[in-house]
Design a protein. Structure first.
Length: 223
């Protein structure tokens, strides 16, 4: 099947309220363009430089979609990231949030962000500890920043694991998301739960996600 056909198949398969972010890491502009032509509305990139090159190559097509930062955002890349990305999904500390806020002020923009949870508490991964009180502290801190708009939570989950083995980590992230939502923090709009990738999106949907990040299942394997 073509990329466009793959996208339409998945789009028709999953519930309409679940937003699909296409993970475009290492993909060619022509591949991403085909997905956009098929109706893709959201594109995720892991690296600032790759995103900038992709947007330039896509031209007007790039303006038709929302661009998500789904990789770790290094502090020295924030200034370059802000003109490119519409959403930053990987805020992994209050310190990072403050750094983004200061730079966003210079651009006179308010940036939608998600808090990243390291749901499996893996030492080599970024993200907050999977603890509701930790997430609450960061969420309340972000709510005081004028140039960030906290809209939800994201997690990666352990890569390469059997999808069923990832379920507890998705469930824990959903619990953190629900906890933050119940707090009704002023200035926070807790409406996005981003979890699940090509090998685990079905389980993520069963566990309540409303945003999945899909790459291989749409584009095919990376070479």
């Amino acid at each position: 099947m073509s990329i466009g056909e793959n996208y339409l198949r998945i789009r028709n398969e999953i519930p309409g309220h679940v937003r699909i972010v296409l993970a475009a890491k290492t993909r060619q502009p022509g591949e991403v363009a085909e997905a956009i032509e098929a109706g893709a509305t959201d594109i995720g990139e892991n690296y600032v430089q790759e995103a900038a090159a992709m947007i330039q190559a896509l031209g007007e097509k790039a303006e038709a979609v929302t661009w998500h930062m789904i990789g770790e955002l290094q502090k020295n890349k924030i200034n370059k990231a802000l003109p490119i990305f519409d959403v930053i999904q990987t805020i992994d500390s209050l310190e990072k949030a403050i750094a983004v806020d200061k730079r966003a002020a210079r651009f006179e923009k308010v940036v939608p962000v998600l808090i990243e949870i390291n749901s499996a508490a893996e030492p080599n991964k970024s993200g907050l500890a999977p603890d509701s009180s930790v997430a609450e502290t960061v969420a309340k801190g972000i709510s005081q920043l004028k140039h960030l708009h906290l809209q939800g939570v994201m997690t990666m989950g352990p890569l390469g694991a059997d999808p069923e083995d990832v379920r507890p980590f998705f469930r824990k992230t959903r619990e953190i998301f629900e906890h933050l939502k119940e707090l009704e923090i002023s200035g926070v709009e807790m409406n996005t739960l981003s979890m699940g990738m090509s090998d685990s999106y079905r389980v993520a949907i069963e566990e309540g996600t409303n945003m999945v990040r899909l790459g291989t299942i749409i584009f095919g394997p990376r070479f």
